[in-house]
Design a protein around this ligand. Structure first.
Ligand SMILES: C[S@@+](CC[C@H](N)C(=O)[O-])C[C@H]1O[C@@H](n2cnc3c(N)ncnc32)[C@H](O)[C@@H]1O
Length: 191
């Protein structure tokens, strides 16, 4: 809805079902979620229709419930990152958004399909997101945008530098200190 100065502002979505009851093993929206929403609100005019994937089947079910509570319709795909979407979505994605498991953990913690998949990022917190990066350019349309949540330990500046080799330009869209985490949302587009 329009806010002051004509800027589009959204109210916080209903999410009281997340992280409890049948959705106990689903990531409860936190500071990273809200920073990502603030970043997307900045660019809302470029974002119209989204599909989503998750490796945690309960997170996918929870997303359906979240969508229902907020009056939208989504059909999540349970898969590892974007597996199964290529080549169908090659150069078709206008907006790609990833709030990845970014916490630095032992590599052995990666690979689960439960709540631990929400945070376990392995070495430098990069092991999951690094697997997506080589596919980003192939997925994005010519106008496509990629938004990524990071923390300082992920070395966001290095991510921006390394995606240049995939012909992607990037910038830090928004940053926020949240407790011990220095969160940033990075934004990339085709050079
Ligand atoms: C930090 S949580 C973010 C949840 C939610 N999108 C948000 O912003 O609040 C990370 C999410 O990524 C999912 N995930 C982790 N590894 C994945 C993978 N390899 N493929 C797809 N989803 C994955 C987790 O199950 C979890 O729901």
């Amino acid at each position: 809805m329009p806010g002051q100065c004509g800027r589009v502002m959204f109210s916080t979505p209903f999410s009281s079902h997340v992280g409890r009851g049948e959705f106990t093993d689903v990531y409860d929206p936190a500071e990273d979620t809200f920073l990502l929403m603030d970043a997307l609100e900045k660019d809302v005019n470029e974002i119209r229709k989204l599909c989503c994937t998750d490796i945690n089947p309960l997170a996918a079910a929870c997303s359906v419930e979240s969508a229902r509570c907020n009056g939208v319709n989504i059909q999540p795909i349970i898969t590892d990152l974007v597996t199964g979407l290529m080549p169908r979505l090659q150069n078709q994605v206008d907006v790609l958004i990833f709030n990845p498991p970014y916490v630095v953990t032992p590599s052995e913690e990666i690979g689960g399909h439960g709540i631990e998949a929400s945070w376990a990022g392995g070495e430098r917190g990069r092991e999951v997101m690094d697997r997506l990066f080589p596919q980003v350019s192939a997925l994005l349309s010519s106008q496509g945008l990629f938004y990524l949540v990071t923390i300082q330990e992920n070395n966001p500046e290095e991510i921006i530098q390394s995606l240049k080799s995939s012909s992607l330009k990037g910038t830090v869209l928004i940053s926020r200190q949240a407790g011990r985490e220095h969160l940033s949302v990075l934004k990339f587009w085709k050079a």
